[in-house]
Design a protein around this ligand. Structure first.
Ligand SMILES: Cc1cc2nc3c(=O)[nH]c(=O)nc-3n(C[C@H](O)[C@H](O)[C@H](O)COP(=O)(O)OP(=O)(O)OC[C@H]3O[C@@H](n4cnc5c(N)ncnc54)[C@H](O)[C@@H]3O)c2cc1C
Length: 394
């Protein structure tokens, strides 16, 4: 079959790789001049073990399968992959119940090596972390998702697939016996199309005959980086207990495979879908978000947390204070600004944030409508599900 994959992020490339590897004629269409420029190249680089996701969810199933596939892939392709381990730290007594829930979920999802630590045991693993109780996940790892995505693209090319950059797709017309992909340079016909357009997935889904909802709300995640002299404060990955009302994990400290340590990300409404700085504003995109009934319901429910996040984003001292709760020696002078990311979070018309991965098929077109974290970790497993739907009859 002739198959187009729209989006050259880690999901589009993982899917294209698998399709090309099984003999299909695959063309990847990416609007940027290079691959992996958005979520794939702007994240924490953490290979999640599967602690957070309710048993039975796609996230739980595809994360745990995805970790095994990714570990083997990185070993095979000689890509960096370090099992540096992670602790989730409860600082206050009221956070302990949340930590127990993560422990239960982790066990239900088959996460290896999980162990509860008291304050002294925590110090033996992370000497500068302070908490009452911590959950240790020794197999949680770090990798370089941009390098992984680039390796997937090499696999596509090696299997005679085509990767075209600088091609912006405006929609797919699948009403006449084939799927016509419209783009800046004209239109091309395919038998099937997969859309993995991240921050623009809702726009493209709607322009390709899919339903309007869920829409994407872009949540910027700012990062700071530790100066070299402060990097010893962190051995692996140190996370807070997440607020169960949100799909975000809270400001954490993460070692990277390139030797740095990141602090972040927070979660604030971005004023442009690809708005990586506070001053990046796209009035048409912002207006569309601010008048979207789903977003308005979400904002009405969570305005207080949203305002707190904006307040914290405006001051380095307040940002660092979030991480100082569990690494008290950290000082505002220990950090410098680092590049931000923007999460594509799908929101339904009723204002609820879509929790799980969402993949829909609409005739000849398969649309990824929600693929936030841990989608990079799960990319090879998500690709299996997408490919199954693409190749199913109908
Ligand atoms: C701040 C942050 C931290 C995160 N941390 C982690 C983590 O530690 N671990 C983890 O597993 N996950 C993490 N994630 C999530 C992970 O990065 C994403 O789930 C994953 O990268 C999604 O990949 P994607 O291919 O769907 O999207 P993207 O990487 O955003 O790719 C979509 C591509 O589609 C292209 N595109 C869009 N519109 C068009 C169009 N019209 N025509 C052609 N091309 C188009 C874009 O240019 C882009 O290249 C994080 C995300 C963020 C933002």
């Amino acid at each position: 079959m002739r198959i187009a994959v729209v989006g050259g992020g880690i999901l589009g490339l993982a899917t294209a790789r698998q399709l090309a590897g099984s003999g299909h004629r695959v063309t990847v269409l990416e609007k940027e001049p290079a691959l992996g420029r958005h979520q794939t190249g702007r994240n924490s680089g953490v290979v999640h073990a599967g602690l957070y996701y309710p048993a039975g969810s796609l996230k739980a199933r595809l994360c745990t399968r995805g970790v095994g596939l990714l570990r083997a892939y990185c070993a095979d392709r000689d890509l960096p992959y370090e099992e540096c381990g992670k602790v989730v730290v409860a600082v206050e007594a009221r956070e302990e119940a949340g930590l127990r829930t993560l422990e239960e979920r982790g066990h239900a999802n088959g996460v290896a090596g999980l162990r509860m630590l008291d304050a002294a045991q925590l110090r033996r693993i992370e000497p500068h972390a302070d908490g009452r109780l911590a959950l240790h996940s020794p197999r949680t790892a770090i990798c370089d998702f941009t390098a992984v995505a680039a390796a997937y693209a090499d696999d596509v090319r090696a299997a005679d697939g085509e990767v075209r950059t600088g091609v912006t797709v405006s929609g797919v017309d699948a009403s006449n016996g084939e799927a016509l992909v419209r783009h800046g340079g004209g239109a091309d016909a395919f038998d099937r199309v997969v859309v993995c357009a991240g921050l623009y997935s809702d726009r493209l889904a709607h322009a390709s005959g899919g339903p309007r909802y869920p829409t994407i709300v872009p949540f910027r995640g700012d990062y700071l980086a530790l100066r070299p002299q402060a990097r010893d404060l962190v051995k692996g990955l140190i996370y807070p207990v997440p607020d169960p009302r949100y799909p975000f994990l809270g400001v954490h400290l993460t070692r990277t495979v390139h030797g740095g340590v990141l602090v972040g990300p927070n979660a604030v409404l971005a004023f442009a879908r690809e708005g990586y700085r506070l001053r990046d504003v796209r009035p048409s995109e912002l207006a569309a978000t601010l008048t979207d009934p789903g977003f308005l319901r979400l904002a009405r429910r969570h305005w207080r947390t949203g305002a707190d996040e904006v307040w914290r984003a405006m001051s380095r001292r307040r940002f660092v204070a979030a991480a100082r709760r569990y690494v008290p020696e950290l000082r505002p002078g220990d950090v410098v600004r680092a590049p931000a990311g923007v999460r594509a979070q799908a929101v339904d018309r009723d204002g609820s944030m879509v929790e799980d991965f969402r993949i829909e098929r609409n005739g000849r077109v398969v649309q990824v409508r929600n693929a936030p974290s841990p989608a990079a970790t799960s990319s090879l497993a998500i690709a299996e599900v997408i490919v199954e739907r693409v190749l199913a009859d109908g």
